[in-house]
Write a protein that binds this ligand. Structure first.
Ligand code: ATP
Length: 248
């Protein structure tokens, strides 16, 4: 018996401005409860793939010109980004997008708007998030723009968690962070996966850390999947490095 994966990306092709081919026939799957890494060098098509899934391509003048994306068995064609968020498909954009002039807590609250929670439910959600990220609890009234890079990544992640995702799309969570903070962020994601059953698709250039945490990985090169497998068995660090260098 085969079970339907939570996410199935089927031979998608994405173009920008109706011309530039950024993703060229990518297929990948995320099973329920899995952490899946999407690896590849700068410009390989990772962010574009994530945006195709979350429905955010339009803002970058990109469009899905071929293929299909199924989430929980449903074809996402024609579904707005908002509708996808309400269905539990939530993206954390690359570059730790926070509202710098809002407090940490206001940033988190903005992530929960789609759920239209009452005040008591909002508080409950906030406390749930602060338990996950105690660092943020101590800084709840501080302006997000004045927190450290690692804290801003936690804010971006927490804001997404306020929407109660079933599948979290994480774009380069390690970018620009010191190694210890990278470990802390990945460890939090792993705990969310283990303890709350959160499924995760994460795009990463840092293949070493991503392979440590992923159950499955796909390697992109020039918009195509060139390798995939289970880290450590089918997919070794050396093979992934070779793909990055274009000799895989
Ligand atoms: P990075 O880590 O640098 O974001 P990536 O693997 O996520 O790399 P993408 O950002 O998806 O790669 O880019 C894939 C290709 O599409 C690249 O050639 C890039 O130049 C191009 N591209 C990305 N965004 C746009 C855009 N808004 N308009 C035109 N071309 C774009």
């Amino acid at each position: 018996m085969t079970t339907t994966p939570l996410l199935a990306v089927e031979a998608i092709e994405v173009r920008y401005d109706g011309a530039i081919l950024a993703v060229d026939g990518v297929s990948l799957q995320v099973g329920q409860g899995q952490v899946v890494a999407l690896l590849g060098a700068n410009g390989a098509g990772k962010s574009t793939t994530l945006k195709a899934i979350s429905g955010l391509l339009g803002a970058a003048r990109g469009s899905l010109v071929r293929g299909a994306i199924r989430y929980a068995g449903q074809d996402l064609a024609g579904q707005s980004a908002d509708a996808r968020v309400r269905a539990g498909l939530v993206q954390v954009l690359e570059g730790r997008h926070c509202f710098g002039r809002l407090s940490v807590e206001e940033n988190l609250l903005s992530g929960g708007f789609v759920r239209r929670l009452g005040r008591a439910a909002q508080r409950e959600e906030l406390e749930r998030i602060y338990a996950w990220f105690p660092r943020l609890a101590g800084k709840r009234r501080q302006l997000a723009g004045l927190t450290s890079g690692g804290e801003q990544q936690m804010i971006a992640l927490s804001r997404a968690l306020m929407a109660r995702p079933r599948l979290l799309l994480l774009d380069e969570p390690s970018m620009g962070l010191a190694p210890l903070l990278v470990e802390e962020i990945f460890a939090s994601v792993a705990r969310l996966n283990r303890e709350e059953g959160l499924s995760v698709l994460m795009a990463e250039q840092n293949s070493a850390i991503a392979l440590d945490y992923a159950h499955q990985a796909f390697v992109l090169e020039s918009g195509r999947v060139v390798q995939s497998g289970v880290p450590g068995t089918g997919l070794t660090r050396e093979a992934v490095q070779a793909a990055y260098l274009g000799v895989g």
